[in-house]
Write a protein that binds this ligand. Structure first.
Ligand code: PEP
Length: 251
């Protein structure tokens, strides 16, 4: 059985006070989430504060990005070993905002994925198509290309210690959600592709859906066979909404 994972991507939001309030809200309600693992990915600077405030809870934490380099003269970068050192479990790699705004390629994303794993972090690899790619009917080719870059570098076995997030770019932060069937189709495609290379790895890997997931649509998305949780942007900034998404995964 794959334990659902509901991970919050706070993006570039927060302050010392708002982070304290958010974590307090999560602590107050985490007992209502009985099945899913909950995780938060704050901006780098708030990770130690989040770590301290989450102590004693089952909530995991990670980073929204990571360097592909281990150490040295890389101004502005944060090494995966540093994130592991401060207790991070996860690092998101290849978020569509990194790919589209900062021009990060499939290959660069794959090198971040590899660096994260090498340091003992679990990468959350984001894949997903643009609206025009969906309209051209090439969603599967795009997702396959993004996966292949990682498989070519790391091999299929790497997905035994990784998470995949399918995030249709047209659904991120837009309020437009993929229908459960649209999402399930792509999740099944991803799992089927991995199964063609290693069935056990494909059966075990958690594939999250991301794109305007909220308390109103989470249950029907999470009920789909190949949707193993969510990567949540906007709704993860509201503790009650984030917890409600976690509760939607209760067995
Ligand atoms: C995201 O940024 O990964 C995301 C899914 O955002 P939102 O939930 O706001 O669409």
């Amino acid at each position: 059985m794959r334990q659902p994972l509901v991970a919050g991507n706070w993006k570039m939001n927060g302050s010392t006070d708002s982070v304290n309030a958010l974590i307090e809200g999560l602590r107050a309600g985490i007992d209502t989430v009985t099945t899913a693992e909950m995780a938060v990915c704050p901006p780098y600077v708030y990770i130690p504060q989040v770590a301290a405030r989450l102590a004693g809870t089952p909530i995991s934490y990670g980073a929204q990005d990571v360097s592909d380099q281990e150490a040295g003269a890389y101004t502005g970068e944060v090494a995966p070993g540093m994130l592991a050192d401060i207790g991070c479990k996860y690092a998101i790699v290849g978020h569509s905002e990194r790919r589209s705004i900062y021009g990060e390629s499939d290959e660069f994303t794959a090198s971040k994925f590899a660096a994260a794993r090498k340091a003992g972090l679990i990468p959350i690899l984001c894949v997903g198509e643009l609206l025009e790619e969906r309209e051209q009917g090439i969603t599967e080719q795009v997702v396959e290309r993004q996966l292949d870059a990682v498989i070519d570098l790391e091999g299929i076995a790497a997905f035994a210690s990784a998470v995949i997030a399918y995030e249709p770019v047209w659904a991120i932060g837009t309020g437009k959600t993929a229908t459960p069937d649209q999402a399930q189709d792509v999740h099944a495609f991803i799992r089927g592709k991995l199964a063609g290379l290693d069935k056990a790895v494909a059966d075990g890997v958690r594939i999250l859906y991301g794109g305007s997931m909220n308390p109103g649509n989470a249950a029907e998305l999470l009920a789909m066979q190949d949707i193993d949780g969510g990567l949540i942007g906007g709704a993860s900034l509201k503790p009650d909404d984030f917890l409600a998404i976690g509760q939607a995964a209760n067995a």
